[in-house]
Design a protein around this ligand. Structure first.
Ligand code: ASP
Length: 339
């Protein structure tokens, strides 16, 4: 009798262990939200964007699949692939400031420990997300900016590049177009109701991000961006601000945002998703949708990706499109661009 009970107890533990090991691991990514319309993307461009998203998903998946693979490593790896891809507004291919420079922002957060790291306004770090991770793990700080962040990245042995590395013709042309429109409309620059804003907002946006849950049930989020085209010198958006554009807490959700950063900062968007889940008892889908609705009501636009411990994903946006994708434990991949 005792033997039988002991055997049953042992089996229960063993089963729990197996279930824990097989936990649903999932990753979601985005490559920016905006007025992305099918009529403006050729078939080959569409295929190139989708391929870029798939490569990033696979980079994260390879890590999540491994025994002991962490969501933190997975989101960093996925974001790095998108940073290196000139199609996306992060790392190579970042948009230009009004002065014709690339100033990059990034943040990462570990939902298990609530550790976070970020860099802002950096101009020569090849992978800002790696620098954000280094700030989190190898400094007593959460956020470092400009020359100090660059010096720190160099000391950490991260790859430093000439700022011209980030140049792409498409982004340079985008700045010229924004300059023309802005010279007509400086007063209306941040006026969401203005017709002129409607014209140029489509090519101002972009950012990349990833959220994931790993086998151990830990959440992580990473976000990297060139910011908004024609942004003023020193302007920092939501992406590197923990709680605004990036957030992860095992107790609730991991979130990465994209869109008109000023609105995401003012609504503390990423944390607001977590708060609505934690204090309001909302589902991840309802919480994420409510935050994007609030941003829309305030006059802003964009989208976000969110994931919870159960592997449930929400990806709301109020723009015409958002580059996005999900990979599940069984390897199935879904990538989408339009509504
Ligand atoms: N949120 C970013 C920023 O405001 C831009 C974007 O996501 O498109 O810097």
């Amino acid at each position: 009798m005792i033997k039988k009970s002991l055997f049953l107890i042992f089996m229960c533990f063993a089963l729990q262990f197996v279930v824990a090991q097989q936990r649903n691991y999932v990753m979601a990514i985005h490559g920016g939200a905006g007025t992305i319309l099918k009529k403006n993307l050729t078939d080959s461009m569409e295929a190139a964007y989708k391929d870029g998203l798939k490569q990033a998903l696979l980079a994260g998946y390879r890590i999540l699949q491994e025994e002991g693979g962490t969501s933190l490593d997975a989101v960093e790896a996925a974001v790095k692939v998108l940073e290196d891809n000139p199609l996306f507004n992060a790392g190579k291919g970042a948009v230009f400031t009004s002065e014709g420079k690339n100033e990059l922002d990034a943040a990462i957060m570990d939902g298990k420990t609530l550790s976070a790291g970020a860099v802002a306004g950096v101009t020569n770090i090849k992978s800002p997300i790696q620098a954000a991770r280094a700030v989190m793990q190898h400094s007593p700080h959460v956020m470092m900016v400009g020359a100090g962040a660059e010096q720190f990245a160099k000391e950490q042995g991260l790859e430093i590049v000439d700022p011209s590395y980030f140049y792409t013709k498409e982004r340079w042309d985008g700045l010229q177009k924004a300059r023309e429109l802005d010279s007509l409309a400086t007063q209306l620059d941040h006026d969401a109701q203005s017709g002129i804003h409607e014209v140029y907002k489509d090519y101002k946006y972009g950012t990349v991000g990833a959220v994931a849950v790993d086998r151990a049930g830990n959440l992580a989020a990473a976000t990297s961006t060139g910011g908004m085209t024609n942004k003023r010198y020193g302007r920092v958006g939501d992406a590197p601000i923990t709680g605004a554009g990036n957030y992860a807490d095992n107790a609730t959700v991991a979130v990465s945002c994209t869109g008109w950063g000023e609105f995401f900062i003012r609504s503390v968007a990423a944390y607001d998703v977590a708060a609505r889940v934690q204090y309001g008892g909302l589902s991840i889908a309802d919480a994420a949708a409510a935050v994007i609705k609030k941003i829309g009501d305030m006059g802003g636009d964009g989208g976000l990706i969110a994931i919870n411990k159960q592997g449930e994903v929400a990806m709301p946006f109020n723009t015409a499109g958002m580059y996005r994708g999900v990979i599940k434990a069984d390897g199935t991949i879904e990538v989408e661009i339009y509504k």
